[in-house]
Design a protein around this ligand. Structure first.
Ligand code: SF4
Length: 132
């Protein structure tokens, strides 16, 4: 269903590395993951970015700058339910709804690099902006 905010026309990947020291993400090689997404999926995204703590003030400031209703954001970070709560202010500051047209959260908690890459790839696979 179309949002009043406008239909996303492309996708972007916004990683949160959780300071790079979260025990639940110890099997994630953030640099290898970001580079693989860039090399293998780069043609499917408008941009990718990585921040160490999106739920802190500076992370929210970045989100305010980057997020736009014209893109659908894939956010590999903590568990989806946590993201819903912790990224809420960043989305709100950007004026982008956290609905399925604009947002695909991906949990990296208790995952490894390969599994997260596969989930990002799947999130980009249908190639239809605005659809899951
Ligand atoms: S948004 Fe989630 S993954 Fe990112 S710093 Fe906060 S708790 Fe960690």
């Amino acid at each position: 269903m179309a949002s009043e905010m406008g239909q996303p026309k492309g996708r972007a990947v916004l990683f949160c590395a959780c300071s790079g020291a979260c025990p639940s993400m110890e099997k994630i090689d953030f640099w290898a993951l970001a580079e693989r997404v860039r090399l293998e999926l780069g043609d499917k995204v408008e941009f990718l970015a990585l921040h160490p703590r999106l739920c802190e003030g500076d992370g929210e400031k970045l989100m305010e700058r980057l997020l736009t209703p014209t893109l659908k954001f894939i956010t590999p970070a903590c568990a989806e339910k946590r993201q819903e709560k912790l990224l809420r202010d960043g989305f709100a500051k950007a004026g982008v709804p956290m609905d399925e047209e604009h947002w695909i959260p991906i949990s990296m908690a208790q995952q490894d690099t390969e599994a997260v890459f596969a989930r990002i790839k799947a999130a980009l696979a249908d190639g239809a902006p605005g659809k899951e």
